[in-house]
Design a protein around this ligand. Structure first.
Ligand code: NAP
Length: 229
């Protein structure tokens, strides 16, 4: 089982890489510190990453996990608001869409079927802070795209799933929790704590390797019941 996992260098992606590796999967990682480098701010990068991963994998990728993402504040009054909106859309949504497209075409050409796991966010359903319109919109787009792929290609055994984590204890979340008042934010999570990366990884690993085909299109929440739907 060969898996292309974006953003595998740290945080949730590193935990997913560990979980998949423990199950015997071959993980083609991506990131600055390890794996295949590709900056998704560059429109050409997803295609180059896919081609390089396919080459290193010997011509067959079975699962795509879109995990790479940014969470950058974009205050309404910022002069470069539109540029920041477009940057987040490109990295968090367009790059994932391009990789999904290339994966679907690859599996159709092989006649093999395949699986996509998109790491979205609780923000897709709940929204986010006033400085993160772009982030919530990108993640909502990712969920809608996942459902569209699931419905469009299930007959070809091409399955698509999403995971929506709430706050998760990576570097990114630590900064965010601190900037939002720490304990007050935690009080909004019935479980009493943020999620750990290995909890999100367990959900992603299940979807990548074990979820029954009839689950295609499913979106799994990992948020300590901070948003139930
Ligand atoms: N942590 C949370 O609270 C939380 C909650 C909900 C959803 N999520 C989602 O979960 C995913 C992982 O988040 P995380 O918290 O683990 O993040 P993280 O620790 O900040 O890691 C982000 C990953 O994305 C990659 N990345 C960042 N900018 C990139 C770019 N321009 N081009 C290509 N790759 C880039 C990074 O690669 P480099 O190492 O090369 O920079 C890194 O591997 C994201 O999609 C995030 O939106 C996180």
């Amino acid at each position: 089982m060969t898996i292309l996992l974006t953003g595998s260098s740290r945080g949730i992606g590193a935990a997913i890489a560990t979980a998949l590796g423990a199950r015997g999967a071959t993980v083609m990682g991506h990131g600055t510190a390890s794996g295949i480098p590709a900056d998704f701010a560059d429109p050409e990068a997803p295609r180059a990453l896919w081609a390089e991963a396919l080459d290193r994998a010997g011509g067959a990728i079975d699962v795509l996990v879109n995990n790479a993402g940014v969470f950058e504040a974009n205050p309404l009054a910022a002069d470069d608001w539109t540029a920041a909106w477009e940057r987040t859309m490109r990295i968090n949504l367009t790059a994932a869409a391009e990789l999904c497209r290339l994966a679907v075409l690859h599996w159709q050409a092989r006649g093999s079927g395949g699986r996509i796991v998109n790491i979205a966010s609780r923000a897709a359903y709940r929204g986010d802070s006033p400085a993160h319109w772009h982030y919530a919109a990108a993640k909502a787009g990712m969920v809608a795209m996942t459902k569209t792929i699931a419905r469009g290609y299930a007959r070809e055994n091409i399955l698509a799933f999403a995971v929506c984590p709430g706050f998760t204890m990576t570097g990114m979340a630590e900064d965010y929790v601190a900037s939002r008042g720490g304990d007050a934010l935690l009080a909004d999570i019935p479980l009493g704590r943020v999620a750990m990366p290995d909890e999100v990884a367990k959900a992603a690993c299940f979807l990548a390797l074990d979820a029954p085909p009839s689950m295609t299109g499913a979106v799994l929440d990992v948020n300590g019941a901070s948003y139930v739907r």
